[in-house]
Write a protein that binds this ligand. Structure first.
Ligand SMILES: Cc1ncc(COP(=O)(O)O)c(C=O)c1O
Length: 361
């Protein structure tokens, strides 16, 4: 399908506005353009790049009432050769369709998604930041636009991609170790639910618990399964921990855990860094006992936005706290973060074929 392009006049583009900033907040800025495609009359149509701006839809649009929306998050990086490289956006496009299927939305061809992202990155390449720990955050999303008030899947959708030149997710970057709240009072997803889909409702469900966590000085909740037995996710990241024998353990994927592209990539990378890696169901009681007896030496979260986020301590509902190791950012977590970001930033060879150069169309 031919993608049409309508550009803002050069004089109206705003990329100059963020040049020269030594730090960039995460997700605040937008580039000048966006990519749109409509699903109507049983087909995807009118793929186009247009200036960033409001999207019209009817007040009865199904997304506004029943939350039939999904999204993705990916990143592209400016390398020293002055070219932009996107990280595994094909995997995000595939997961978009998994999310779509789980909440009865229309799937959209992976090639169309990837081409739209690449062309948008090309058009807005002057927005791609090159300061340390920065990237072009890519936000593809899809929402149901049919004007119908019955609770049922929409027959019409808009797929859109916007870009945000961004700094690190946490203001302190990697050097900001986080605290997580362990609670049996809140859950983001349940067995048989939509947790494996990046649908808006899962993130709505995490807002109140997120607020409760903040009140405890924690940045996020360590979500347990609905029976409060097993570890599921660390806010909007997969959780991991490192054992003293150099094994990295990630909760086994199930239908209430998002299949993190960072985790999947780590499972390829970690053996090459000398770690064993495995996924398993992790009972919270065993996890806490193993932190206390020193078998677990480091822990953290994996995710596109926060990359590798070290967890220094956990706090419980009753205010008790446990530190992981000595409560400092561990050397293994640092080594893993550095190896992963070196590939993303083009400082280390990409032997896994993760980076895709943005063509100059
Ligand atoms: C709930 C949840 N878990 C895990 C992740 C990490 O996934 P990824 O590494 O693909 O960004 C995310 C972010 O996308 C998320 O929202």
């Amino acid at each position: 399908m031919e993608i049409s392009t309508t550009l803002l006049p050069e004089s109206k583009r705003k990329y100059g506005a963020i040049k020269g900033l030594s730090s960039l907040p995460f997700g605040l800025h937008r580039s000048d353009h966006m990519f749109l495609v409509n699903y109507k009359d049983g087909k995807w149509q009118n793929p186009r790049i247009v200036p960033y701006g409001p999207i019209e839809m009817m007040p009865g649009a199904i997304c506004l009432h029943y939350g039939q929306t999904i999204f993705e998050g990916a990143k592209a990086f400016m390398h020293d050769d002055g070219e932009i490289y996107a990280f595994r956006v094909d995997k995000n496009a595939e997961r978009m369709n998994v999310s779509a299927d789980l909440i009865c939305m229309e799937q959209i061809p992976v090639e169309l998604q990837v081409e739209g992202i690449m062309r948008l990155l090309d058009v807005d390449r002057k927005w791609c930041p090159d300061i340390p720990e920065s990237s072009m955050y890519i936000r593809p999303f899809m929402f149901a636009t049919e004007d119908a008030l019955g609770v049922r899947p929409s027959a019409e959708y808009i797929f859109c991609v916007i870009l945000s030149p961004s700094g690190p997710y946490y203001a302190g970057g990697f050097n900001h170790g986080v605290r997580l709240l362990i609670t049996d009072k809140y859950h983001r997803a349940v067995t048989g639910g939509t947790g494996a889909s990046k649908t808006g409702g899962n993130y709505t469900a995490s807002m109140k618990p997120g607020q409760v966590a903040k009140k405890c000085g924690a940045s996020q909740v360590l979500y347990l399964d609905a029976s409060n037995t097993y570890i599921e996710e660390a806010g909007a990241m997969n959780h991991f921990h490192i054992m003293k024998d150099n094994t990295v353990v990630i909760p086994e994927f199930n239908d209430s855990i998002l299949r993190s592209i960072t985790s999947v990539s780590m499972m390829e990378l970690l053996p090459d860094l000398g770690y064993k890696v495995r996924q398993e169901r992790i009972a919270i009681n065993d996890f806490v006992a193993q932190i206390k007896n020193g078998d677990i030496i480091e822990a953290g979260g994996f995710g596109t936005a926060a990359v590798v986020s070290p967890v220094n301590e956990y706090i419980f509902d009753n205010g008790d706290m446990i530190k992981v190791g000595n409560g400092e950012i561990g050397e293994n977590t640092r080594k893993i973060y550095e190896a992963y970001t070196a590939i993303q930033n083009g400082k280390a060879a990409d032997k896994y074929g993760w980076m895709q150069k943005v063509p100059r169309y």
